[in-house]
Design a protein. Structure first.
Length: 363
């Protein structure tokens, strides 16, 4: 890919609430430039385009042939992700697709495999990895500051408004599910990040707003070494947003995100409490200046800057694939009443020649 020294050129597809933030993030992120936006709602697309002084791509497939576009951010309803991402990959564009990567596990694997085969980068929009308390907790766990992680409990959600419940989020044909498909990917991703690879899941759904659209979900995940992860996702959560409790053999951590806070006990019995007062003030100023969460900017910067072959901070296509498989296993378990085994994860790598071409283009 040749960005002409001006940064990676992005097309943002979807200009709703999150798509508008994604467009703002592309404007603010180092090494990135917003080229155009696209949406079926022409008024929404023109509003976002006008705000940033960029083009409106009225024909998505035609825009994928523009030389000025190197990468695509997809922020559309969940059920649209697969085809939009597939078209972008086939056009040789790098893709960052909002969570969930797809609503079906088989589609997610198709995308991850195809990205590897084509030598283009595929990422899943799981920006909660970049929240300061989450980032710091992951760093502590990776340094074995709490020993071997044995269990992770994550709760996520919000009190859904009447406007939210009347939107596409509760239309199964567009959403693919309820709260577990909407909020759950973030919690599932963090359970897997802290615990390790998941091999089986069991779960249940409650309070269906519409058929196939749950208001509450509970999933229990197991790794190969007996570690346990738990996810509770809800559209009836009265307060807070995301909390994660991580327990290890030598300590424990508690992550809170509304407001940001990290507390716990690390190896040697040392107690820690980080309230992130300076970060919270800086975040407020940042959102006022740029119109988006800083985590979205950090995710984009990691997406464009991580050299080929090095560990990626942002969630890869394979990470998004595994999250979709975890969610699908909970849905299957709710129907059957039994634990569901996940397929073994794939480690498909592009050919050596394609990796070389990819590295030359990206850098």
């Amino acid at each position: 890919m040749d960005a002409g020294g001006l940064g990676i050129g992005f097309l943002v597809v979807g200009t709703g609430f999150l798509g508008a933030q994604r467009a703002a993030a592309a404007m603010a992120a180092r090494g990135c430039r917003l080229v155009a936006v696209s949406d079926l709602d022409a008024r929404a697309a023109h509003a976002v385009a006008s705000q940033h002084g960029v083009r409106v791509a009225s024909d998505y497939e035609a825009a994928l042939r523009w030389d000025s576009i190197d990468a695509v951010v997809i922020a559309t309803p969940h059920a649209d992700h697969f085809e939009q991402a597939r078209l972008a990959l086939e056009a040789g564009k790098h893709v960052l697709c909002e969570k969930p990567l797809t609503v079906r596990p088989d589609q997610a694997r198709v995308l991850a495999l195809r990205a590897d085969e084509l030598g283009v980068r595929l990422a899943t929009g799981l920006n909660h990895r970049f929240y300061p308390p989450v980032r710091d907790a992951l760093a502590l766990a990776s340094r074995w500051a709490i020993g071997r992680v044995e269990s992770v409990q994550a709760e996520i959600g919000h009190m859904a408004s009447s406007e939210f419940l009347a939107s596409w989020h509760t239309d199964l044909a567009h959403s693919g599910g309820g709260t577990l498909m909407d909020n759950g990917p973030h919690a599932c991703d963090l359970v897997r990040r802290f615990l390790g690879e998941i091999v089986a899941a069991k779960g249940s759904l409650r309070s269906h707003y519409r058929p196939g659209c749950e208001m509450e979900a509970h999933g229990v995940f197991r790794d190969a070494d007996g570690g346990m992860g738990e996810v509770r996702s809800s559209w009836t959560r009265p307060s807070g947003y995301l909390t994660v409790d991580v327990k290890g053999t030598a300590g424990q951590l508690r992550i809170e995100t509304a407001p940001w806070r990290l507390s716990g006990v690390v190896e040697g019995g040392k107690r820690i409490v980080h309230r992130y007062l300076t970060d919270r003030l800086a975040e407020r100023r940042f959102r006022g200046l740029f119109g988006c969460e800083r985590s979205l900017v950090r995710e984009l910067e990691a997406f464009v800057a991580t050299p080929w072959g090095q560990p990626r901070l942002e969630a890869t296509g394979w990470d998004g694939c595994r999250v979709t498989e975890m969610i699908d296993a909970v849905y299957q378990s709710d129907r059957s009443g039994h634990e569901v085994a996940l397929k073994p994860p794939l480690a498909h790598l592009a050919s050596r020649s394609r990796r070389r071409i990819y590295q030359e283009q990206w850098q």
